[in-house]
Design a protein around this ligand. Sequence first.
Ligand SMILES: Cc1ncc(COP(=O)(O)O)c(C=O)c1O
Length: 397
Amino acid sequence: MTTTALEHELILARRMSRLGTETAFEVLNKARALERQGRSIIHLEIGEPDFDTPANIVDAAVDALRAGWTHYGPSAGLPELRIAIAEHVSRSRGVEVSPDEVVVVPGGKPILFFAMLALIDKGDEVIYPDPGFPIYESMVNYVGGTAVPIALREERGFAMDVDELAALITDRTRVIILNSPQNPTGGILPRADIERTAQAIGKRNLFVLSDEIYCRLQFEGEPFSIMSIPGMKERTILLDGFSKTYAMTGWRMGYGVMRADLAAHITRLMTNSNSCTASFTQIAGIEALRGDQGAVDLMRAEFERRSRTFVERLNRIRGFSALMPKGAFYVFANTMKTGWESKRLADALLEEAGVAALSGTSFGKHGQGFIRFSVANSMENLMEALDRIDAWSQKRL
Ligand SMILES: Cc1ncc(COP(=O)(O)O)c(C=O)c1O
């Protein structure tokens, strides 16, 4: 960043003051700065698989580039990919989905952004999980909505209390965001809670944005979508994608499934912003969905193994404890017994112990007393991180 003073003051639109961010990227920058000073840092802050994209998908993209898939495509996505997604979602969620209910976008995030832009007016309420993916609250605030947190508590395995949710629904509620398996807690929403949520919604004309980006990384049982409940499909926006499932974070490809009339408006937002998702990546997306799924199973098993080993050892370190996550690749550790405020603790772990992790408060106020460790790192590095945390705890607590 330049340090010279500019002649003209930067005057931003007021809405920019309401836009949040993702602390993971800030912590990563801070960790990299320490590394440039020669410090050794173990990176447990970033939420992306450490695996390479499976070779069959990479090959499909290379072939697509050579075959000339380098031009604009339809804003809603290539018809072939929308068909593959509709088939995949119909099979996995047990509801009939047609290609005109699918919009392909660059990552899961744009579905959230576009849904908020399309549905939320000033003062409309959006209920979202806290602790939760920080972009939920950021987007709601940005578009002028009212962000209404629903607490996720460790004593419930980070499942929400559906009675509490029911009490938060008002006539201004336009969207309820559900996320399972969850970032940052690794918790899931049990099927019974999702069914009770649908009952609490009843006949109200509101949308559920169901963020299922980690659904293929659920360790036990079958993931369950609110979209599968009779009567809920036309009020559900399913957010899913390729980033986490196929280790394709940098490719930028995700999708939303929603009623066709809403899909047309989300497509209009695509035309106005990105024009389309990169064409050759979409061809590779067809291979991802239809090709061998062995790599996904291997990654899921490895995340589970790492999570279990990490939790077992962390639970023996003074001041720290954690539940075994039920999915994704995060361990959300309870650090209340350290007596340290979470942000201060995360800073100390980075600066004094050389372990980069995120304060639970980066995910909302109910994250106070927690630290998120990503296990998307090698077992060797995870063990080294635990050694460092243990040594730090013995010295500082
Ligand atoms: C809960 C949740 N939803 C959505 C996303 C966005 O994924 P993408 O990288 O595909 O935009 C993430 C990424 O961290 C996430 O954790």
